[in-house]
Design a protein around this ligand. Sequence first.
Ligand SMILES: [Zn+2]
Length: 265
Amino acid sequence: MDVTIEKNLQDLWKVQQIDSRIDAIRAVMGELPMEVADLEDEIAGLETRVEHIQGEVAELKSEISNKKNAIKDFQALIEKYDDQLNNIKNSREYDAISKEKEIAGLEILSAEKKIKDLTAQIEAKSEVLTATEESLDSKRKDIEFKKSELGEIEKENEEELEKLGKERDAAAKKLDERYHRAYHRIRENMKNGVAVAAIVRNSCGGCFGKIPPQRHSDIRAHYKIIDCEFCGRILVDEHISGIKAQNEEDKPKTTRRKMRLTATK
Ligand SMILES: [Zn+2]
């Protein structure tokens, strides 16, 4: 066992742990603003929809008002025809005016039917409008909450990141410069930013590649820094990582017996 190697492994593991926490916080901080942006898009869409329906309702209302005016005009015409009918000179004139009066009456009926249709359309649109406005209202409350939550989380995370940054600098300072460089080189190549992996269930915690028993023993011996033969990550054993071995052969015999007893109960 090389004390310097063991210390460097501990320092590498520590730096990795801090960097992984920093990465996790940054990932969360990246997701929250996206959630707010999605909500903003939804709200803009609902606002457009509300405006559109309001425009349609206004158009229907103006159509109704036009029809009402037309009815008034036809009613005035009918009154005029009635006056004329009272002072009629011959039967041909009577028939002609009666015909005009009848047509005006039909126009009024048709306009009244149209008003009924338009009113039904307004009612249907108003229902959709109410539902859309309610949805908009709830989304606006959501975004208000999300924004204040985001502000708080960002503040907390900034503080946490500052603290972690200091811890990281302190840990990195203790680390041998060559290992620090190697750590960065490996980390840059890894999608998850993990350059130092713990051995979990006899496998690399980074790529899950199986570690042969001899290599595992060499890693445990702490006489040199050993990487994973599959992914190139630096491997640390259970002693460094504190992650308990999950294999039967690594467990103390008493635990094994106890587990077996529990299992047969
Ligand atoms: Zn690996």
